[in-house]
Write a protein that binds this ligand. Structure first.
Ligand code: CDP
Ligand code: MG
Length: 721
């Protein structure tokens, strides 16, 4: 067999698998695994896990932590007690792609020994021993199983990202570990020297074990091994939080990467990125390109523009392939970024900050970094949670740079054609001004969801919860206030029955509430569709060059009553089209036709598909809860009243100058130009989303009557004029 190692850009063996190719891919994977830096310390790491109940593992990205450690632990018997290994990821894409990769490395189909679970999708089975999942999902599992009893090892991966779910999970796991080890020592009910939250969990344990306790037995749980993995070299914060837990470092491989800055500030980032991509493509040696962009929309427009410009190049210069990767990309498309480029072609990967540390894509030699990222911010004074584009931190810029490692796909060794290159689309002086690291998410987002979940877990005193870093008091108080207004907590701050129901739904509290309210109004069927459509990014797709056509297409669905009804119309039209097609064609053909229908109607078929999946999942959820799914048919007035009763926390009144004033915060906003109500400007609206660009805009807006707010949300509106 010819040596693959020498052939950096040989044809993708995966697409045309013959038996021979299959063997070579297997060997190639084995070779890659052996070459990973972590492979050299396998035994030492396993020993450390054996000797330490809590261990912190720090290692550079790409060293093999995420894919290898769970396999080592499985191999060395950490599942022998019948427990399984859980690995959390802050991002869905990482959970999916890594699980697929590990299943392939093990040579077994996904969903058996190795599986993944994310919100709205569970690819695991009774046989699953290595389970990748999002951090948010493990938090939800704790609601049903407070001991997380099926896990013998939990690995919190990418802990340096400090997502709000990771932060809460760390606190929770600390308690679970404590409670499980106590259950072994049989002291569950005697030790009262505990922190408040440890206590809350123990009370639950007492309740749960009531029956058992009467017969003088204490249910025993196996101890829980906890591993915190991080790409940031500073392990101190985690170590201190876990009472001086041991931290070990996995040495990575650092390759030289040259950094380039622009001479002057760039005003149009997309244009600057395009120019850089083509400069690399036309002037630089082999190697793939990784471009960091801020979101799906930006990625899709850069992808389109690349293809347009490619058409203007001579045939021989067109060998450039684009691969997007972002969270809501359907999973079958996500794996494509990991395939080596076909002979003579260059890959351009258009990624969100997901490619900073969560996913490692081999073969990258060039990184294009505009220095921006879409981040959540929260203004506790205004109670406004929004996604805005901000500059990266220095730590993020360094991570992005280190992705230009040009790992050879086959050998795992660095290419020999010179260093990687990182093009920062800003000036050097600008880099110096960036903050050192990113503020943890818990410090900059709305906490209602987390507070609701903690309360559902029996942790009532959220302010004194043992967080790794405390959220701002005002933010906690605000979220308690909005949960109270939604009826999820009572006046004395206890979880209400409605709150308990809301916590069971895998949705934002406001959307969970909307489903419960809709079941009372008799329009749950419609609200399920609205909530599914509101849960995905950009259903409509309006390319700059076809703005007129896309606006016309939108008109056939538009409702003057607002965006919610418009979204409902789109969903219904798509569903009707799909069902009709399914009567005469195969499911596959019907799906294909639906994609074409979407294209003709300027609808984003990826987003629609995602919304359809979410819809079927939440239909199952509400059925399990025993809610009746009734339809209000064409009674749009009833549906809008229900929107007012659900989204009253986000209502706004028109001002004399045509702007809107948000009733709760007093914030002045505009209706976003993409809204069907942009021109109509009704007197009073409810909305779901607030975005900040040069103005504050509200999106997903519906026309309502102010008096409905007074009638339907009296504890908030009756007292006002
Ligand atoms: O977690 P860490 O950043 O330390 O590394 P990893 O995610 O375990 O990745 C180790 C190696 O596996 C990477 O260098 C990739 O070459 C490879 N990998 C892959 O080819 N396909 C994936 N879906 C994931 C990883
Ligand atoms: Mg990793």
């Amino acid at each position: 067999m010819p040596s693959m190692a020498a052939n950096k850009f040989s044809r993708n063996t995966h697409q045309n698998q013959t038996k021979g190719d299959f063997v070579s891919r297997k060997q190639m994977i084995e070779q890659q695994r052996k070459n990973l830096p972590i492979a050299a310390v396998e035994r030492r790491l396993v020993e450390e896990v054996r000797n330490n109940d809590t261990l912190i593992i720090v290692g550079e990205t790409g060293s093999g932590k995420t894919t290898q450690l769970p396999q080592y632990l499985f191999k060395w018997g950490f599942c022998r007690d019948g427990g399984i290994i859980g690995i959390t990821q802050p991002r869905r894409v990482a959970a999916i792609t890594v699980a697929k990769r590990v299943a392939e490395e093990c040579g077994i189909p996904l969903g058996q020994k190795v599986g993944y679970a994310i919100r709205f999708e569970d690819v695991t089975s009774g046989q699953t021993k290595i389970k990748y999942m999002t951090d948010g999902l493990l938090l939800r599992e704790a609601l049903l199983d407070p001991y997380l009893s099926k896990y013998s090892v939990i690995i919190v991966d990418e802990a340096h990202e400090r997502t709000i779910h990771t932060d809460v999970l760390l606190g929770l796991l600390k308690n679970v570990q404590k409670a499980r080890s106590k259950s072994i020592n049989g002291v569950v009910n005697t030790d009262h020297n505990n922190s408040n939250n440890g206590h809350a969990l123990e009370e639950r344990i007492d309740n749960q074990n009531d029956g058992i306790l009467k017969s003088c037995q204490v249910k025993k749980y196996n101890p829980l091994k906890l591993i915190i993995m991080s790409a940031s070299l500073d392990a101190r914060v985690f170590s201190e939080y876990f009472g001086g837990a041991k931290a070990v470092h996995v040495q990575g491989r650092q390759f030289p990467v040259d950094i380039f800055y622009t001479h002057k500030p760039e005003t149009d980032c997309i244009d600057a990125a395009l120019i850089t991509i083509f400069q690399i493509h036309l002037e630089e040696g082999p190697g793939d390109v990784l471009v960091f962009l801020t979101g799906q929309e930006e990625i899709e427009s850069v992808e389109r523009l690349i293809h347009e410009r490619l058409r203007q190049l001579p045939e021989c210069s067109r060998k450039l392939l684009t691969f997007p990767i972002f969270s809501s990309l359907p999973s079958e498309k996500q794996m494509r970024v990991f395939m080596p480029s076909p002979a003579g072609h260059r890959k351009v990967i258009l990624a969100t900050n997901i490619a900073e540390t969560s996913v490692t894509i081999p073969g990258i030699r060039y990184v294009v970094d505009p220095g921006l990222v879409k981040a959540r911010t929260y203004d506790p004074k205004m109670g406004v949670d929004s996604l805005i584009i901000v500059t990266t931190s220095k730590a993020q810029a360094l991570q992005r740079r280190s992705r230009a490692n040009f790992l050879n796909f086959y050998s795992g060794r660095a290419g020999r054609d010179g260093p990687g290159k990182c093009y920062r689309l800003y000036q050097e002086s600008f880099f110096e001004k960036l903050t050192d690291s990113t503020l943890p998410e818990i410090k900059r987002c709305d906490l209602s969801n987390v507070v609701l979940q903690l309360k559902a877990l029996g942790i009532d005193d959220v302010i004194n919860f043992d967080f790794i870093e405390k959220p701002d008091r005002t933010a906690v108080v605000n979220s308690l206030w909005s949960l109270y207004l939604l009826g999820a907590v009572t006046e004395d701050n206890k979880l209400s029955d409605v709150g308990r129901q809301m916590a069971r739904l895998p949705l934002d509290p406001v959307y969970s509430k909307a489903l419960i309210v809709a079941s009372q109004f008799g329009c749950l069927k419609e609200m399920l569709i609205c909530v599914a459509m509101l849960s995905v990014e950009s259903i409509f797709y309006a390319p700059r060059e076809k703005l007129e056509e896309s606006r016309n297409a939108l008109k056939s669905f538009a409702s003057l009553e607002g965006d919610h009804l418009t979204l409902l119309n789109v969903y219904r039209a798509a569903d009707e089209f799909f069902q009709k097609n399914k009567m005469v064609h195969s499911e596959e053909k019907a799906e294909k036709n639906l994609r074409k229908w979407c294209k003709d109607n300027y609808i984003n078929s990826r987003s629609l598909k995602h919304a359809r999946d979410i819809h079927s999942q939440i239909v199952r959820n509400v059925e399990q809860m025993g809610l009746r799914i009734t339809s209000c048919e064409d009674d749009t007035l009833l549906l809008r009243r229900c929107l007012a009763a659900s989204f009253f926390l986000k209502a706004a009144m028109k001002q004399p100058d045509g702007a809107y004033r948000v009733t709760l915060s007093g914030l002045i906003v505009q209706i976003h130009p993409s809204s069907v109500l942009f021109r109509a400007k009704p007197e009073c609206i409810v909305f779901n989303e607030l975005v900040h660009t040069n103005h504050s805009y509200v999106r997903n807006v519906s026309r309502i009557d102010y008096l409905w707010l007074v009638e339907l949300a009296p504890n908030l509106y009756a007292v006002q004029d």
